[in-house]
Design a protein around this ligand. Structure first.
Ligand code: ADP
Ligand code: MG
Length: 229
């Protein structure tokens, strides 16, 4: 396998069993994503975007097919190994931010490291640095109920970055934001991609958001319909 691909899917399938029937959410996807890329996944509701993101994020496993992450076929990994990969290599950003309420930006960002072996002082330093990367220097002690939606999403991105993942996954990261704020969040992703070499994969319905990506993958009925680069 080519090493400069961060991810590769080979005939990836995901079939959900619902009672006696089966839903084929992914019907055999083959594709590679290069390290350092920004990719937008687009497609109508129910087309399989979240199913694909869950597999990429090691939250779910394919029914069949292979998923290589950094050259390792992780479709064979058990739950514990998947959790370890998830915690060390992947940062998640959600549409609804998923922050702890009435808690400081700093504490939210420290959260993923609280159960690590990293000493508290170092955790704090890492969280400060992460907040600086998303433009929130000086706002560390602001509580999540005292900041705007755009700032909340920045905190969430800082939290996703704090353990230095190689891959950032974002499901509709601008879905709860107005256009201007959404564009600012996309600028944050662009900067992280450029300065910190993060690979970013995001799901979006918004063509304006998707143009920021270097590659757009359109999914329909669990298959790749087209790819724009
Ligand atoms: P999207 O994110 O593009 O809206 P999803 O990946 O959520 O699409 O869903 C793809 C298909 O799989 C849909 O038909 C959906 O109903 C079905 N599906 C998703 N998750 C489950 C599940 N946990 N159990 C059964 N069917 C599911
Ligand atoms: Mg979805």
């Amino acid at each position: 396998m080519d090493n400069h691909f961060l991810l590769r899917f080979e005939n990836l399938e995901r079939v959900y069993k619902v009672g006696d029937s089966e839903v084929r959410a992914l019907g055999g996807i083959t594709h590679s994503i290069a390290e350092g890329d920004i990719v937008a996944i687009m497609g109508p509701s129910g087309s399989g975007k979240s199913t694909l993101m869950n597999i990429i994020g090691c939250l779910d496993k394919p029914t069949s097919g292979k998923y290589f992450l950094e050259g390792e076929d992780i479709s064979t990994f058990d739950k514990n190994r998947l959790a370890r990969i998830r915690n060390s290599k992947i940062g998640f950003v959600f549409q609804s931010f998923n922050l702890l309420s009435r808690t400081t930006a700093l504490e939210n960002v420290e959260l993923p490291l609280l159960y690590s072996n990293i000493p508290g002082k170092k955790v704090r330093e890492m969280a400060y640095r992460s907040l600086e990367k998303v433009g929130l220097k000086g706002r560390e002690m602001h509580k999540t109920n005292q900041i705007s939606g755009g700032e909340m999403q920045r905190v969430a991105i800082a939290r996703a970055l704090v353990n230095e993942p190689s891959l950032i996954l974002a499901d509709e990261p601008t879905g709860n934001l107005d256009t201007t704020t959404g564009n600012e969040i996309m600028e944050v992703f662009k900067l992280l991609n450029k300065e910190n070499k993060k690979t970013i994969i995001l799901v979006t319905h918004d063509p304006e958001v998707a143009v920021v990506a270097r590659k757009r993958i359109y999914i329909r009925d669990g298959l790749i319909e087209k790819v724009e680069e």
